[in-house]
Write a protein that binds this ligand. Structure first.
Ligand code: SF4
Length: 379
């Protein structure tokens, strides 16, 4: 059975909370570019970008992405590399791949129009319950609920939920509350008002109860527990991993060897060759495995630290003078001036601060005729 708040909120309370939220939102909402449109595609892009990413970061990418792919059709027609390049720097590239797959499915199954029906929307790649609710309420004015981290925190405080917000029974309560609250006019504005309250007023570390429009309805405030709630289960720190990475450059230091792996930490992105390990031997073994012949510097040029959600990476970065390598589709020599055309991981971008450096003549070894084409393409 789902955990219930101390007592289910009275409809009058919900109406009052609703009205206070909308009024506050109308007067204080931030002017954000995705709030100036009802285009479901543009709202979809913004919602995917905003997952696990701060608003000020998304602001640096959103307009540029929409200039590059102004409508759903243009994104659907794009090559994955172009999509990842436009996403480059935002991180969590799986989101971009799923967005790309999602819009392609909209073209294939729905004639290029984002479906209004919630079930159809939720069946698209990358669209879960939250994103479906955001698009449904904001773009189509449908009374569809949503719960994200901000909304969960706000509800946990207003309704004094005492169980961890990630627990499935608490989640059921949160969604039930969101469903009740979204009923009425302007569901999109209501959902955004809830998220805005969590982002600006009822923040994780310092809820501003004195400036809060729902203060008089808030049980956490009433009982002095605003900073105690919500109940969160402590996450384990990200696991540490030692890696080596190699900046292998050509003679003129104009082209850099990049590798794309289909699996692993940066699947689908172009990266410096990278492997588990912490010393020159590991770097040499890595190059050997890839069929790359290069003279490695005796010492690493830097030790980089890179923290992902579940991984804390320590990377010994070696420079190398490239002499030859076996051609394959997953390896390419990329000119410095054309890096923007590729989806490159944030870690590799960080390492690029240690490039360039002059190196020896590069020759390319091709072992199989079918790889010749890719070798030409890479150049
Ligand atoms: Fe959050 Fe305080 Fe407002 Fe309650 S009164 S919702 S704890 S900011």
């Amino acid at each position: 059975m789902p955990h219930k708040p101390e007592s289910a909120p009275h409809p009058t309370t919900l109406r009052a909370v609703r009205a206070a939220l909308l009024d506050h939102y109308d007067r204080h909402a931030r002017d954000l570019p995705w709030r100036r449109t009802r285009d479901p595609y543009a709202i979809w892009v913004s919602e995917i970008m905003l997952q696990q990413t701060r608003v000020d970061t998304v602001l640096r990418y959103y307009d540029r992405f929409l200039e590059r792919f102004p409508n759903l059709g243009s994104l659907a027609r794009a090559e994955e590399d172009a999509v990842l390049a436009a996403w480059s720097g935002l991180g969590y590239y799986r989101r971009a791949r799923l967005l790309h797959a999602g819009v392609r499915e909209v073209v294939a199954r729905y004639g290029g129009e984002v479906p209004e029906g919630a079930e159809a929307r939720r069946s698209l790649p990358g669209i879960g319950r939250y994103t479906a609710g955001a698009i449904g309420s904001i773009a189509f004015d449908r009374q569809e609920p949503l719960v994200d981290g901000n909304v969960a925190r706000v509800f946990a405080r207003i309704f004094a939920l005492d169980t961890p917000i990630t627990r499935s029974d608490t989640q059921a309560v949160l969604w039930a509350l969101a469903e009740q609250l979204v009923v009425g006019e302007r569901p999109g504005a209501l959902n955004q008002a809830l998220m805005e309250l969590g982002a600006l007023t009822c923040t994780k570390a310092a809820p501003s109860c004195t400036a809060c429009p729902v203060q008089t309805h808030c049980r956490a405030h009433e009982t002095g527990r605003a900073r105690e709630l919500p109940v969160v289960v402590k996450k384990r720190p990200p696991a540490r991993r030692q890696l080596v990475a190699v900046l292998a450059q050509d003679q003129a230091a104009e082209r850099l060897l990049l590798l794309r792996s289909e699996t692993g930490l940066f699947a689908g992105l172009w990266n410096l060759p990278m492997a588990e390990g912490h010393d020159r031997e590991a770097a040499r073994a890595l190059l050997g495995t890839l069929g790359v012949r290069a003279r490695l510097d005796p010492q690493p040029v830097a030790e980089l630290e890179h923290v992902l959600t579940h991984r804390h990476l320590m990377i010994q970065l070696f420079r190398a003078r490239l002499s030859s390598f076996d051609a394959r589709d997953s390896l390419r020599l990329q000119p410095r001036t054309e890096l923007e055309q590729l989806g490159v991981s944030a870690l590799t971008r960080k390492a690029l601060g240690f490039w360039p450096e002059p190196a020896a003549q590069v020759t390319r070894v091709t072992r199989a005729p079918k790889t010749l084409a890719s070798a030409k393409r890479a150049e």
